[in-house]
Design a protein. Structure first.
Length: 597
């Protein structure tokens, strides 16, 4: 994008926004100034722009961004601002006027920041990363950036396979960022030596020594004749600290009682509530679940700290809903005591408590009684598969009897709607397994009708499994489009009862996700070509441009089926094998073979 030189200062950006904001939807996405936001002078400070590459409504609720924003801004020598992917109407205005994308707090153009950090949590946001860089006037490819360009850093769960986006990032911080981001900014401060920015090459060489740091330019990928990866190793000019494997960074969650004063938006957002991460990791071992593998070891906040954080959060934000976040909240031994503490501390007529991740077999009478004291929200159970055999394959460990017992408890306590979440396209899945989803949903509905008659509802959400790196299913073939549609047709046939509501994801988006999830460095060309053809906001079904992706894949010479529909040999070197998340390969191999049996 060609920027207007007259719009290169914060004051110029502010004046331009006076004309732009009346022309776009939801201008509060772009104004800043929210309650608890932090505004600092940039002069003399190392500056960081944190970016969630989706629209403000989604990104401002991201807990990771909230935590890092507070941690960095607590240091007087640093300044941290936020930015998000502008919606299509705002993008059009920025491009028409040559107005650069900017930090919300000061309106400083992004290219003026020392470091720009992207949170990479979802593969379908990758084209938004390129769009943000372009709207900021920053070269997309790391090799094209010069001394006047910011350092572009990637963090978040998707950095456990950094290869597909490695052409666009100067470095990655793999693992948990609470300490790593401070280490990185401190290095930047030390190397500035009175200059606006440190020497780029020296900075990257020294950054490679930070625990969890991965600098793609210092690593070369070799390919075998069949197209698979033959190896990845440091280049000849790499610093001695560029070694293989790169181990993820692990922080002690208890040492970081954040967020304390999260930003409170002026508009409705996806998750408009106070949130506390009460447990990191899981340990259940579901074979499809990447989060379980990459967030090990399992860590639980002390009961006292959770309540202290809750009191501070509700006071500093004014929220009346508290969300206790984890991969499986009900697995925490003292969760009932935490809930009891919360309802005792606060007015249970106004406070709503939610447990977004509630296992079917862990949902018990005490939790139900405590949760329903607040405003009753919907209940979601995740059997994941429709038959006992299929649940054994995925190592879910939840029986149909437990699902029906949990449903009976919920309906008997007054809930009239239950949502059931399933996956299709699982390894070894048969039509019988797919029909099992409709049979289980019908049985749950029958339980509801005993208590609520025709008012009982069961909502069935179905997604297609995308095999993820660092899981036992990383070798699995992904279901093809015609296979997905055949499974959906079976489900639709069995969901004709008016008490059942059925939703499913389009197969095109799962193919794009699969490519970006298990791709290697060559996939970067397809991402770039798809973006050039208009791909952005791929996570939004109405904006997914399948034609842009098919054309982009073809232009880059990438074979979509090679990465998605091909079952991989367990001895094959995978593109992410040089990243160590703490789960040994032999364990994943044993679990994959057990699933196939």
């Amino acid at each position: 994008m060609r920027l207007d030189p007259a719009l290169a200062t914060p004051d110029a950006v502010r004046r331009a926004l006076d004309d732009v904001l009346p022309l776009v939807q939801k201008p509060a996405r772009y104004t800043g100034g929210e309650f608890n936001s932090v505004v600092k002078e940039h002069a003399g400070r190392v500056s960081l722009a944190l970016i969630y590459p989706d629209v403000y409504d989604v990104g401002t609720s991201n807990l990771g961004i909230q935590i890092l924003y507070e941690i960095v801004n607590e240091h007087d020598r640093f300044v941290c601002e936020r930015a998000y992917a502008p919606w299509v109407d705002m993008e059009a205005q920025l491009r028409r006027r040559g107005l650069p994308l900017y930090g919300l707090e000061s309106k400083t153009p992004l290219r003026e920041f020392d470091v720009i950090g992207f949170s990479l949590a979802y593969e379908l946001d990758y084209t938004n990363v390129l769009n943000v860089l372009d709207l900021a006037g920053i070269p997309l490819l790391a090799r094209d950036r010069g001394p006047n360009d910011p350092i572009i850093v990637g963090g978040g769960s998707n950095t456990t396979n950094p290869e597909p986006m490695s052409d666009f990032f100067d470095l990655y911080l793999i693992g948990e960022g609470e300490e790593a981001i401070v280490d990185l900014l401190s290095l930047c401060e030390r190397l500035r030596d009175g200059k606006k920015r440190p020497d780029r090459d020296r900075f990257l060489r020294e950054a490679a020594a930070i625990e969890g740091a991965y600098v793609p330019r210092f690593y070369a990928v070799e390919y075998a004749g069949d197209g698979t990866v033959a190896g990845i190793r440091p280049t000849g000019d790499a610093p001695a600290t560029a070694t293989v494997p790169i181990k993820k960074r692990v922080a002690d969650m208890v040492d970081f009682d954040y967020p304390r004063r999260p930003v409170v938006p002026f508009m409705d957002t996806v998750h408009d509530r106070a949130a506390i991460e009460i447990m990191r990791g899981c340990g259940r071992g579901c074979r499809f679940c990447q989060a379980d593998m990459i967030y090990r070891p399992r860590r639980v906040r002390p009961r006292e700290q959770i309540i202290q954080m809750a009191a501070r959060l509700l006071e500093s934000t004014g929220h009346n809903e508290l969300s206790l976040l984890s991969l499986s909240s009900a697995d925490i031994k003292h969760i009932d005591l935490v809930l009891q503490d919360a309802v005792d501390l606060f007015d249970d007529e106004t406070l709503t408590i939610s447990l977004p991740s509630t296992r079917v077999d862990a949902f018990n009478v005490d939790l139900a009684a405590l949760i329903e004291r607040g405003k009753r929200s919907g209940i979601t159970f995740a059997p994941e598969a429709g038959t006992e055999r299929m649940r054994e394959v995925i190592h879910k460990g939840v029986s149909e009897a437990e699902t029906l017992a949990a449903a009976e408890l919920a309906f008997s306590r007054g809930w009239q709607t239950i949502k059931l979440y399933f996956m299709i396209g699982l390894p070894t899945e048969t039509d019988e397994d797919v029909r099992g989803i409709t049979l289980l949903a019908q049985r749950v509905l029958e339980v509801g009708r005993r208590y609520h008659g025709k008012r009982a509802r069961v909502t069935v959400g179905v997604s297609t499994m995308v095999p993820k790196p660092h899981t036992p299913f990383q070798w699995a073939a992904q279901a093809r489009r015609h296979e997905i549609l055949a499974k959906v047709a079976l489900l639709q046939e069995g969901m004709r009862d008016r008490g059942l509501r059925f939703s499913w994801h389009d197969p095109e988006s799962t193919h794009v996700e699969g490519l970006l999830s298990r791709g290697d460095r060559r996939v970067g060309g397809a991402i770039l070509e798809a973006w050039r053809r208009g791909a952005r906001f791929d996570a939004w079904s109405e904006h997914l441009r399948w034609d842009a992706w098919t054309a982009g894949v073809e232009a880059a010479g990438v074979d979509l089926g090679f990465y998605t529909w091909r079952e991989k040999d367990v001895h094959e070197i995978l593109p992410w094998d040089h990243i160590d998340v703490g789960v040994p390969r032999w364990h994943l191999t044993a679990q994959w073979r057990a699933a196939l049996k």
